[in-house]
Design a protein around this ligand. Structure first.
Ligand code: NAP
Length: 278
């Protein structure tokens, strides 16, 4: 019997450009769901994965297929879903026609939801949600830097919690940095003495930000973790129009390398989405 194959975008060694590869369609294990991927979002972390910049919990398996965020259907039932692949742990990447994932990581989408927009939700949305939680709910003035996916979601989620981020340059109770480096310092310096500061950009990723306490402010680094209730919360807010991800381009899987080049170029207008095709 011949093995059914699928297209993925991956690398055989760290640092090479992503290219199309053929690998077997994964067989879902007990308690797993096979997702037929209609849209996979491109995140800065994916480029770090390909470059070998992450510390892995276990030896890396090649070909390395990146991708944290997918939307599509449960291949067995046809139900529309969105999923977080927990790539760093599972090494099951979303830049693929199919991905098999533990059922806990897969949540239903409302009927008719656009998979392209839904695919933009998990990684950036969970990060933004957890960053706001880290800052706490006693914050009355908040500033958020960066107009990327995490910054945009954080602004929308904060407003949904009744706290509209400020745009002026005055002192604030709390600041969230989504950029790192000098921009992180600018955010930190706005925080009133004893206030709260969190960044989603760790020192190994962009050095040069504030990572030591000063003026009674403890810099907190947010590292995203999976939380099913929060992903359901993001889907709910997406369905109600609280979250409407900006999409810059939808590209075929064969252009994954181009998508990664675009991540670091200027003129960004939103999320890059890969479509694996049939
Ligand atoms: N710690 C964690 O667990 C975690 C999780 C997710 C992401 N991150 C990190 O957080 C950082 C931000 O991630 P991200 O997903 O927000 O990156 P992103 O969407 O790729 O945005 C990166 C930058 O591109 C520009 N940009 C993107 N979309 C734009 C738009 N619609 N309009 C204008 N400018 C736009 C922005 O530059 P300007 O700021 O100059 O406007 C933005 O700061 C990255 O370093 C990422 O690695 C960390």
């Amino acid at each position: 019997m011949s093995t059914a194959m699928m297209r993925v975008a991956g690398v055989e060694t760290f640092g090479e450009p992503l290219r199309l590869l053929e690998v077997p369609i994964p067989a879902p294990g007990p308690g797993e769901v096979l997702v037929r991927v209609r849209a996979a979002a491109v995140n800065p972390a994916d480029a770090g994965m390909v470059a070998g910049r992450y510390r892995w919990a276990e030896p890396v398996r090649f070909p390395l297929v990146p991708g944290y965020d997918v939307a599509g259907e449960d291949a067995a039932t046809g139900v529309a879903v969105v999923a977080f692949t927990m790539h760093k742990t599972t090494q099951r990447g979303g830049y693929a026609q199919f991905v098999a994932l533990p059922a806990d990581l897969v949540v239903p989408l409302p009927p008719g939801a656009d998979p392209v927009a839904a695919a933009a939700l998990p990684l950036a949305g969970l990060t933004a949600w957890q960053a706001l939680d880290t800052l706490g709910d006693d914050v009355r003035t908040l500033s958020i830097n960066g107009r990327g996916a995490v910054g945009a979601f954080a602004r929308s989620l904060a407003a949904d919690r009744g706290l509209t981020p400020v745009d002026d340059d005055g002192p604030v109770d709390a600041a969230l940095d989504t950029v790192g480096g000098a921009r992180a310092w600018a955010a930190f310096e706005r925080v009133r003495p004893g206030g709260r500061y969190a960044t989603v950009v760790p020192e190994f990723w962009v050095p040069g930000g504030p990572f030591a306490p000063a003026r009674g402010i403890e810099p907190l680094v947010v590292s995203v973790r999976y939380d099913r209730e929060q992903l359901l919360g993001l889907v709910d807010r997406f369905a109600r129009g609280v979250l409407s991800p900006a999409i810059e381009a939808v590209l075929p899987l064969s252009e994954a390398a181009t998508a990664h080049q675009r991540l670091t170029g200027g003129g960004r207008t939103g999320k890059l989405i890969l479509r694996p095709g049939r």
